[in-house]
Design a protein around this ligand. Sequence first.
Ligand SMILES: [Mn+2]
Length: 274
Amino acid sequence: MSASPYRIDLLTLPGSTAVLWSRLKSPNIPLLMPSLFISDLHLGHHSPEIVSGFFHFLRQQAADAKRLYILGDFFDAWIGDDDDDALVNEIKSRLHEYAQNHEVFFLHGNRDFLIGEKFAQDTGLTLLPEADLIDLDGRKALIMHGDTLCTQDVEYLKFRAMVRNPAWQQQVLSLPLPQRRQMAADLRQKSKSLNVMKAEDILDVSQDEVEKIMQAAGVDLLIHGHTHRPAHHSLEINEAPAERWVLGDWSSTTGWYLKAEHQKINLIQYDLKS
Ligand SMILES: [Mn+2]
């Protein structure tokens, strides 16, 4: 990893140059190393451009990051950590390679909720709870996939309660792989009435739920994906300014990531081939 991209930023930071250079020399330089956030890549056999775009992202945009947070729906579907599919194995191996020099965190989306500890061990990433508090340059942020914020989608929340039940998961994961593959295919077919399976119809978050959860967590910063409505929203929590950042869903031509560094946050859309 080269530190050179950060040198120019020293000019804009407060404090003496000597202090900043000593920071650069230390092995742990959180202030100068960005954290990146992605979600909703929906990786799978149907999207070879996004898969290769993600590999490119790891080598380019994410090369100098300190931490990469994957906020769910990384895969379009997940049938169990024992899946021996060639594409799954390649994605795992690229993640593993990246995780040698970076910290990688993952929290579940509504499509890849069956990802488990074996996947985490195989790739070297850390599984996070479905909503987690993290420290961004001294600021507390709440991160989550975002599906639980869509409280008006009652049908989906019922489905979610079923599939997040450990007993249901255990039962499904004990089935032979070919049967699980078939189930995933059937589910996609049958679930077309469920909005969550149709990206274009995903409902937006409920503002009440956003405020409730931010108040409960005591944060003025929320980062999530899921809705495919990338944006920066300003709001008020406990009569103080707060913000909500929504990550973007990747397409065959476009990637999205959120970059937090130097106490600044930017949501970046870019051409997958750049
Ligand atoms: Mn989602």
